[in-house]
Write a protein that binds this ligand. Structure first.
Ligand SMILES: [Zn+2]
Length: 138
């Protein structure tokens, strides 16, 4: 398929003629295929991160016998799985971060664990859902 894209690209750049309807369709299909492959690769990467995280949590809690899970252990497992991204900072973050609560003086630099956007969005949606339910109950 990438061969097709190459050929069609050559046609569009070297030969000053209009593409046929079929060539346009093929080019669009190739472009869509490229987009879908990238989306699949991203979805597979996120799945692998989620699986690695779940495996670590099961190991850490020793389920079904297990007990509590320490917050630091949870954070480290999420970072190892690639869900949380440690970021060196010298200033506190704003919303969706508690790093300011854990570091009194940011001047010397500190590590902030950043959530991926999908997690920020999912948590915001859940909070909105809970607020709506609570508002109905009152
Ligand atoms: Zn932060």
């Amino acid at each position: 398929m990438s061969d097709l894209v190459e050929r069609l690209t050559r046609i569009t750049t070297n030969e000053p003629r209009k593409l046929t309807a079929e060539e346009k369709l093929r080019l669009e299909a190739a472009s869509e295929l490229t987009r879908l492959r990238a989306a699949l690769a991203e979805a597979e990467r996120e799945r692998d991160q989620a699986r690695a995280f779940v495996v670590e949590l099961f190991e850490e809690t020793d389920w079904p016998e297990g007990g509590d899970l320490d917050g630091f252990v949870f954070q480290e497992a999420a970072a190892r799985a690639g869900i949380l991204t440690p970021q060196e900072r010298t200033e506190f973050c704003a919303e969706n971060c508690h790093c300011a609560e854990y570091h009194g003086d940011p001047a010397g630099g500190f590590e902030c664990y950043r959530k991926p956007q999908w997690l920020v969005d999912a948590q915001a949606a859940r909070h909105a859902e809970r607020a709506a339910i609570a508002a109905k109950g009152e």
